[in-house]
Design a protein around this ligand. Sequence first.
Ligand code: 5GP
Ligand code: ZN
Length: 124
Amino acid sequence: MSTELSATADNCLFCKIAAGKIPSKKVYEDDDLYAFHDIAPWAPIHFLIVPKKHITSMAHLDEADGALMGKIMTLAPQLALEQGCEPYPSGGFRVVINTGAHGGQEVHHLHVHVMGGPRPWTKG
Ligand code: 5GP
Ligand code: ZN
């Protein structure tokens, strides 16, 4: 697990995972996005959605990234259901984007946590 405080596209765990250079349990892939199961899940269902292009954190987004983030946010509920999250409102899921040291970000490639399944969870 990476605990580096920063990463470049050349030295980035999630760039390597999204490119298939490091193995992961794939949930979804298209030209822009890659989704995979978290290696240390906090919840019965826990996967990450990442942009394939390197964006260091949510703090690095600009207006041009709006469509990409919109795509992630509309994909999240679809994948949540596919992965076994029960429907809203009795089920549902949690979405988390840790950003920077105070935000608890450990891997410095923007990633959206999607968690679900019955409570209690390990974390979150
Ligand atoms: P953060 O704290 O940066 O928001 O979350 C990083 C997440 O990436 C953690 O939940 C951690 O378990 C997960 N993670 C770290 N290294 C790997 C890895 O090599 N493979 C996978 N699938 N997940 C990882
Ligand atoms: Zn990266």
